[in-house]
Design a protein. Structure first.
Length: 687
């Protein structure tokens, strides 16, 4: 029996490695064969992710709620420390492995049509495959060192895709912003990994966290984390948890590192659907799931507060935005805040449940947005209007022109609001109920968390209704300003429609539960519910979903009156609160004036100081040295050498003069002696 299980485990590992490496193979082929098979490069990547999806399904079926699979090999040795590399498959790993490939598949199919006219079609699919490889590797590696490598590759591939249209200034600025803000989080993660390795002398996740797929809070003693490998001192725990939070805040766009995600919408819409709505941004929540035992009660409360604030803040911003993709971007930030808040309140299963459901309905809404923007761009180009095709102020009435897309948008919107019969209803209400349970018995300030979570739900209903109404209902607003324009728009080919069908199916409840009301009956919730300790039905808050969704319907009706019937809308478009929302709470201005400008000013000052003071001092010393060297050269040449040359000249003159008397003639010598004797005689007489 043991040999049989080992054979099964080996086969599972092979399937996993193949699923991870297939997108890497597609990346290599598309990069090396560019220009030779541009027309089929999209299908190379699509077939690769399709096979990865099938293999991930096999792996999921074998591991889910079964025994975890963990195999590793000795990688290298440093001193007495041996480092191993391997694959860790448990409920969390295989769920994310399947989710990434399942979401990536319809996005790849969609991209074959969406990007077909782009001049860099092959490069796009190469980068997309590289991202899928990085993300799939991230969720299955068994040690923190490999995790960090995959984490960096995910960020790098995101950087490439955000700035894919590198000729656009906004795209370049957006990928720089995303890259820099994620570097802050990466530094935090690196510090956390260094702390853990220093304390435990291993990167192995199973050894540090006892990760068997079901996280237990029993590892906490006296508020401090006790790993199977030993006790982590309080100061290092706080530093490690702080580093992990920075990583989560950056990758999952949580306050205060959230401002990069709306700007990242400068990349292709299909990229936004995969990376910035469904997979990459979920990596932060996945990281929390991996290291969850490390957080004590205080740290979890901080997570809950920040997650709740982020969810509420981003929802308020989405209320007034006019850029279609930015509305969805702020919605993503808000929903990620829900997940982080759920982790903070101990609703581990609910957080991961919402991560999965959110991936489907948000990817669906982004693909819908891509079709709408694509058709608006056609209208703009055909008529030479010069409008922004992403501005919902120019849209309206598109349900008649894009009926299939409209239905998909309604399904995705209902799931995002969390209305009954959708998957969003199950996961959202699960978080809300747990939030109220968590706040019971705590102080009044703690009760603000479930209250603001409720408010966020109703704000979500409002901005979703506003988006749907302004895009699909009424009449096309462009016709009011430019009547008679050409309107050649449609839902597109099967490559557009099939991904919408696949994702829409994941937005409805049957995929996750046979019961459309009770989230605890969901197979996904049951797979993680022992981790958080919330497995029983709540009787105290059984009617909460009824209240929440009844008011959500009223909010939707209110939004309909405002934007479809044009009633009482002007009150919402003036005042401080409107400006606060429209300007995204002025975070970009605050960061720009409070951080960026001072840093740039400091940079200019240090540049001036270096150029004028440091370089000036060095140059002054150099000039002084040169002057001294010139003076010494002149003194040496004119004084020292001159004196010596003078002596030489005198000696030479004397020598030359004396040489004249040595001519070899005896009579001359006799005459000279006579002259000298006569001279001495005369001198003697005179003296």
């Amino acid at each position: 029996m043991e040999q049989f299980l080992q054979a099964i485990d080996t086969q599972t590992i092979i399937f996993t490695l193949t699923a991870v490496l297939l997108p890497l193979l597609a990346f290599v082929l598309n990069i090396t064969m560019r220009g030779r098979w541009d027309k089929i490069s999209g299908w190379v990547s699509t077939v690769a992710i399709l096979l990865s999806c099938i293999l991930s399904g096999f792996v999921f079926a074998r591991v889910w709620n079964g025994h975890p699979v963990h195999q590793q090999l000795l990688w290298f040795t440093i001193g007495n420390t041996q480092l191993y590399a391997g694959i860790l498959l448990n409920n969390l790993s295989v769920l994310m492995l399947l989710l990434v490939s399942v979401i990536a598949l319809p996005v790849h199919i969609y991209s074959t049509a969406y990007m077909k006219d782009d001049e860099h079609y092959t490069r796009y699919f190469a980068f997309l495959s590289f991202f899928c490889f990085s993300m799939l590797a991230l969720v299955v590696v068994d040690n923190l060192f490999l995790f960090y490598i995959s984490w960096e590759l995910v960020g790098f591939s995101s950087y490439l895709l955000i700035g894919f249209w590198f000729k656009r200034h906004k795209a370049i600025m957006a990928n720089k912003k995303a890259f820099i803000m994620n570097r802050i989080g990466d530094m935090g993660l690196l510090i956390a990994i260094m702390v853990l390795f220093t304390q435990y002398h291993t990167f192995d996740i199973t050894q540090i966290f006892a990760d068997n797929g079901l996280i237990s809070r029993s590892v906490m003693k006296n508020g401090l984390w006790v790993s199977p490998t030993g006790h982590l001192p309080a100061i290092w725990q706080y530093i490690a948890c702080g580093g992990v939070f920075l990583a989560v805040a950056a990758k999952s766009a949580q306050f205060p590192l959230h401002t990069w995600l709306p700007d990242a919408m400068e990349g292709p819409t299909s990229v936004s659907a995969l990376i910035h709505a469904a997979t990459m941004v979920a990596a932060g929540v996945f990281l929390l799931g991996r290291v969850y035992p490390m957080f004590n009660g205080t740290e979890l409360t901080i997570l809950a507060i920040i997650g709740c604030f982020t969810a509420f803040m981003a929802a308020t911003i989405a209320l007034t935005q006019n850029d279609l993709k930015r509305i969805l971007a702020y919605s993503t930030i808000s929903q990620l805040g829900y997940m982080v808040m759920a982790m903070g309140i101990g609703a581990y299963a609910s957080s991961l449940f919402h991560l999965v459901t959110h991936s489907f309905f948000k990817a669906l809404l982004f693909l819908v947005a891509g079709i709408v923007i694509h058709q608006m761009r056609h209208i703009n180009d055909d008529n030479g209007l010069g409008i922004d095709p992403q501005d919902i102020q120019h849209m309206g009435g598109l349900r008649k022109k894009l009926p299939f897309t409209f239905i998909a948008a309604i399904i995705g919107g209902l799931a995002l609001v969390g209305l009954p019969l959708t998957s969003g209803y199950l996961s959202k209400d699960s978080i809300l109920i747990h939030a109220f349970e968590w706040a019971d018995g705590k102080g009044p300030l703690f009760k603000l968390i479930p209250v603001f979570a409720l408010l966020t739900t109703w704000l979500t209903a409002f901005y979703v209704a506003r988006l749907i109404v302004k895009v699909f209902f009424g009449e096309l607003r462009l016709l009011k300003n430019t009547p008679g324009i050409k309107l050649h728009v449609s839902d597109g080919s099967w490559a557009y429609k099939l991904p919408l069908v696949l994702l829409a199916a994941g937005c409805l409840f049957p995929l996750f539960s046979a019961n459309p009301i009770e989230f605890t009956r969901s197979w996904l919730f049951k797979g993680f519910s022992p981790a958080g300790g919330f497995g029983a039905e709540s009787s105290a808050y059984a009617l909460l979903p009824v209240l929440v969704n009844s008011l959500s319907l009223l909010v939707i009706y209110w939004a309909w009156l405002i934007y479809a019937k044009q009633k009482a809308g002007s009150l919402l478009q003036r005042g401080f609160l409107y400006r606060l929302s429209f300007n995204a709470w002025y975070f970009d201005e605050i960061y720009n004036n409070g951080i960026i400008k001072p840093v740039l000013a400091l940079g200019r000052f240090t540049f001036w100081f270096d150029r004028i003071i440091i370089n000036g001092s060095v140059n002054s010393l150099a000039r002084t040295g040169i002057l001294v060297s010139k003076l010494s050269s002149w003194f040496d040449r004119n004084i020292i050498d001159g004196f010596l040359n003078l002596l030489v000249a005198i000696v030479r003159a004397i020598g030359n003069f004396a040489r004249k008397f040595q001519n070899g003639r005896v009579q001359y010598y006799l005459f000279s002696m006579l002259v000298i004797i006569l001279s001495l005689f005369i001198l003697k007489i005179l003296v």
